[in-house]
Design a protein around this ligand. Structure first.
Ligand code: URA
Length: 256
């Protein structure tokens, strides 16, 4: 094949991919689809990394008197996940907000930017919140949200955090909630819901129903919701997310 013909074939392949909807790069590594793929190789990173036993995490977290001390303590806390992450992802949004969203763990974009929910699922989350008049950066605390994750470090290849990993950071997110002291907490997805509500019941059963639990030293109203990353994979379930957003809006509006 001449260079020119090769170029035309490549352009045609690219145009075809874009027509199929592959219009953005989702992987960190370049995949050459023009040459036959080599036989699959064993990938080493999938297993969760056990956390070191750390009886002191709760004491450290509880000793943090403000958000800045908590951020420093989390960043300094030794954990194997740190080794493969670029940035500690602490939080985003208005700390005066009455609504705190707790997600699962940073993904690639969050790891790069050091902020939670800034990738595709974060963009969907922002659009969902905007539908009911909320904005993480609103100055008006009544319209704002504050966002953090169970894990501050990205698990390699975005694998689901293990129970050990979530438990290792539970004292920190608990203290985080105490310092923000929100009236309402949204647990976004399975990991957040199971960890903060100490339940084995999955998100599909828990979502959309207000519940109460002691988090951050107080009994708080909690609404488990479907994770936006799940909604990107299962758009048909956006109808449930919409119902849950309306439940959140009704709760906000019922407050004086
Ligand atoms: N998913 C999460 O749960 N948190 C993020 O910050 C990004 C994606």
């Amino acid at each position: 094949m001449t260079d020119a013909a090769n170029r035309e074939d490549l352009i045609a392949a690219l145009a075809w991919s874009i027509e199929l909807g592959a219009n953005e790069c989702l992987d960190e590594t370049f995949i050459d689809r023009t040459t036959p793929a080599p036989p699959p190789q064993k990938v080493e990173y999938a297993a969760p990394i056990p956390a070191p036993t750390d009886a002191g995490a709760r004491d450290i977290a509880e000793g943090c008197g403000d958000l800045s001390a908590l951020r420093d303590a989390i960043a300094a806390h030794p954990h194997p996940l740190k080794a493969n992450a670029r940035n500690c992802v602490f939080a985003d949004g208005n700390p005066a907000a009455q609504i705190m969203i707790v997600g699962e763990a940073p993904g690639r974009d969050e790891d790069l930017q050091g902020l939670p929910f800034v990738g595709r699922s974060g963009q969907l989350l922002d659009r969902m919140l905007a539908c009911i008049g909320l904005d993480r950066h609103a100055e008006d605390a009544a319209k704002a949200v504050y966002i953090a994750n169970i894990l501050p470090w990205r698990p390699v290849a975005n694998r689901t955090p293990s129970v050990d990993e979530a438990q290792a950071f539970l004292p920190f997110i608990d203290r985080h909630v105490a310092l923000i002291d929100p009236a309402l907490v949204i647990t976004m997805g399975n990991v957040s819901t199971k960890t903060l509500l100490a339940t084995k019941t999955g998100i599909m059963k828990m979502r959309g129903t207000w519940t109460e639990a002691e988090i951050g030293g107080k009994t708080r109203a909690i609404l488990p919701m479907l994770h936006p990353a799940y909604l990107l994979r299962q758009p048909v379930d956006k109808r449930h997310a919409w119902a849950d957003l309306l439940a959140l809006q009704a709760r906000i509006e019922s407050k004086p």
